[in-house]
Write a protein that binds this ligand. Structure first.
Ligand code: SF4
Length: 489
């Protein structure tokens, strides 16, 4: 049978894994992709109006005539998924629509109440979607498939949660061809060597997932074998003429023994430059030295806040500032460039606390710094804290649940936040940490406006990384438009 995925704005590893599982089971898959003019982050709404491809995607969907339509949806993609589901329901009223991914997993009752969505998939979907496709193919829908909630005769059937997939090596390699034709990546691929994170930060979905899915006899943090990862990379390296790899694991540097085996095999068989994500407490000199030797050229490191007290009290991040400074020094010593990930505007965060984030970055002198405004993602501990302590009212929490307010123009949904200071730091931190100290007094006076915001984007990350991202976004935008233009004829 034919499954048609819809996605927007960037490549989705989740969809690539689902598509690979379906193809392995003998089904056909296709993707309708909306480049979205980068709007999830920057909201270029004018561009979006001119280059809106929604209607073209629906027309192409009608020609493809799928047996099942599927979305994989994070919170800020939900407004778009909801809009597309309505258009698709009108055009293809008899084709069932399923939505999986993070958002329906954390808010299943909310998402299933959408009149245009027929089913949702909670948690990991590879096994569930194959069972669903098999049953639709046979003409008798099985309404008891684990992880899937169905609408049937005005009732919702809520099936049990499956344990997390423990043997990740059994999964088919992600189907990257789906996104390749839309120009979503060129010479760099995103790869995951495992699933799950050992930490419990209060603003992150991982703590909720861990509570939901860590069942007896199953592990939350899982990793593929080194052989399996390297085999996948060999395939992609030949197929896509790769120049670089981005390992997208939440924290790459856990498990020293695994890293040791990985580095020796990767260096010998792949040998491409790569990037990983690290946690300051998982930056150990021996491990980082092995990674450099294998080709690691840069890392992203979450520091989030420069206030030790705030990190401990609100975020459950228990490292000291010295730990973070030592991690930065280790990275410099072994020769890895790094970009810090920061958040400002936490519930109740004072101006002085925000400035500590700036101060810590000034000490670290990273090669790039990304600063986000805190967003209370649904079902996280920090969203609950914001609600209970009057930083978020229930009307605004409803906005959060429907995925609104994740763009910068919305500022912050929280009350009593020094939002002006947060927006100012969002611009000056990336610029100031990269400029000579001499310019700082001048740069700190930069005003907040559309121009300075665009300028700061070019300072966000390491120059090479920024260059690749901008190049990929432009290619993705024009290639996708071309795909729809050619199909119209
Ligand atoms: S370390 Fe990162 S991925 Fe892990 S729980 Fe914290 S924020 Fe989430």
């Amino acid at each position: 049978m034919k499954v048609l995925f819809f996605h927007r704005n960037s490549e989705s590893l989740g969809i690539e894994y689902l598509s690979a599982a379906l193809k392995k089971a003998g089904h056909q898959t296709e993707l309708m992709f909306d480049p979205g003019s980068g709007d999830v982050e920057y909201k270029f709404k004018t561009l979006d109006r001119f280059f809106d491809v929604s209607r073209k995607m629906v027309e192409r969907a009608k020609v493809y005539a799928p047996d099942l339509i599927a979305f994989s949806c994070i919170t800020n993609l939900y407004p778009w998924a909801s809009k597309m589901s309505a258009l698709l329901k009108e055009a293809l009223p008899y084709t069932p629509i399923i939505v999986g991914g993070l958002h329906p997993t954390i808010l299943p009752d909310f998402v299933i109440s959408n009149p245009n969505i027929d089913m949702i998939c909670l948690g990991e979907g590879e096994e569930a979607i194959v069972e669903l496709a098999n049953s639709i193919d046979k003409g008798i829908v099985d309404y008891s498939i684990g992880n899937i909630w169905f609408k049937k005769e005005r009732k919702v059937i809520k099936n049990h949660l499956r344990p997390l997939i423990q043997e990740l090596d059994n999964l088919a390699f992600p189907d990257k061809d789906l996104f390749r034709k839309y120009g979503c990546f060129s010479s760099r691929v995103y790869v995951m060597t495992g699933r799950g994170c050992p930490y419990m930060c209060t603003y992150c979905f991982n703590s909720y997932y861990r509570r939901q899915f860590s069942l007896k006899d199953s592990h939350y943090v899982r990793r593929r074998s080194v052989e399996n990862v390297v085999e996948e990379l060999k395939v992609f390296k030949d197929k896509y003429k790769l120049k670089e790899v981005f390992f997208y694991d939440d924290i790459f540097t856990i498990d020293a023994e695994w890293i040791k085996n990985f580095c020796s095999s990767y260096k010998q068989k792949i040998g491409l430059p790569f990037k990983v994500l690290v946690h300051p407490q998982a930056v150990k000199k021996e491990i980082m030295a092995m990674l450099v030797d294998a080709g690691c050229i840069y890392v992203d490191m979450g520091i989030e806040s420069g206030s030790e007290e705030l990190r401990r009290r609100l975020l459950k991040r228990y490292m000291t500032n010295d730990d973070i400074i030592n991690a930065g020094a280790t990275l410099k010593e072994v020769g890895i460039k790094f970009c810090t990930l920061n958040i400002v505007g936490f519930p109740g965060e004072t101006r002085e606390e925000m400035l500590k984030t700036y101060e810590l970055n000034k000490v670290l002198r990273p090669n790039g710094a990304i600063v986000s405004i805190f967003y209370p993602f649904p079902q996280t501990e920090l969203a609950d804290y914001s609600l209970k302590n009057g930083y978020l009212d229930s009307a605004d929490y409803q906005k959060v649940c429907s995925g609104q307010g994740t763009g910068y123009k919305e500022s912050s949904l929280l009350k009593n936040i020094e939002i002006k200071e947060a927006l100012h730091l969002q611009i000056i931190i990336p610029i100031c940490v990269r400029m000579p100290l001499f310019f700082k007094p001048l740069l700190e006076k930069i005003p907040v406006n559309a121009f300075t915001r665009i300028v700061s984007i070019f300072f966000l990350s390491i120059p090479r990384n920024t260059y690749i991202r901008v190049k990929e976004s432009i290619t993705m935008f024009f290639k996708s438009q071309l795909v729809y233009a050619l199909c119209q004829k």
